[in-house]
Design a protein around this ligand. Sequence first.
Ligand SMILES: [Zn+2]
Length: 357
Amino acid sequence: MKPGALLAHKRLPVLSINPDFERYSRQILFAGMGEEGQRKLQTASAVVVGCGAIGASAAQLLARAGVGRLRVIDRDFVEPSNLQRQALFDESDSRNALPKAVAAESKLRQLNSQIKIDGMVSDLTSHNAEELLNGFDLILDGTDNFETRFLLNDFAVHAVRPWIYAAAVGSYGLTYTIRPGITACLACLLETPDAGGMLEETCDTIGVLGPIVSLVASLQAAEALKILSSNTLALGNRLLSCDIWSGRLQSIAVARNSQCRACVRHEYSYLRGESQPHITMCGRDSVQIHERRRSLDLASLSDRLSATGLPVKKNDFLLKFAVPPYEMIVFGDGRAILKGSTDPAVARSLYARYIGA
Ligand SMILES: [Zn+2]
């Protein structure tokens, strides 16, 4: 194609499409999609697990593309340091410390009111994975940790559901589409003795650039559109990685591991909850306390804490209070995030003292 060809003024074919499809007309014009593909997207569903940078961008692309039902699951709330790269959130969300799932649901509704969207403020664990993920055609990885990714992989392999692994850190990112029974799974790829070093670096330790996140989310969303419109022949079946600082792009074939714990031996240790600790690392200098099957009355907790003279901030979903040098954020389901320490003993002690066992 000549360099100017894409810019040349072309007469577009007259569309005889359903008026409901008008908003998707440019996508329908694309030969790989067509009306048939668009119809499939509109009856399809996807769940985005983790609505940070990658999850928010991917969810936005799928909502705009008209995927009929979207669920967004996230355990965290919006902070000022998210705004540099997390496309669905703005300054008022961080000022109000809104849960990301709540802010995302509201933004996605503004982008497309014709699809079903629900935001779930929840920490995905082995206890609620079936309940939160069941019934969706596709799972998108927007998480920031391998514990949850291996849980997603266990669920997806067990339920024979496709899912798309995606990660970015620094200027580097990658994505890989996993179709149980057809491709290698995440355990084939990463549960090898020499994979340990790959799992250490996080955005909270070495930072991350906004453009790599957008790029990885775009690759992930494109794979999602292929799957949800039944264009599986267009899937590359390779791990794609890129570094936007060096400009290096790679496409790597991933072999199935004939001894794989998950997709060969069907040992779903993450789904069975054997790997879920009570307190986990959660970003830089913070830990999360998982309190399951507990419902907290945030209003009375807020009154109780205020009465002791602690400054408490509260919205409908969470409350924050400071016990210098620490800050604790407590959610309605009993979960808490302690900032200012990575010591589980400190977290346990403050939780017991201020929230109760
Ligand atoms: Zn496997």
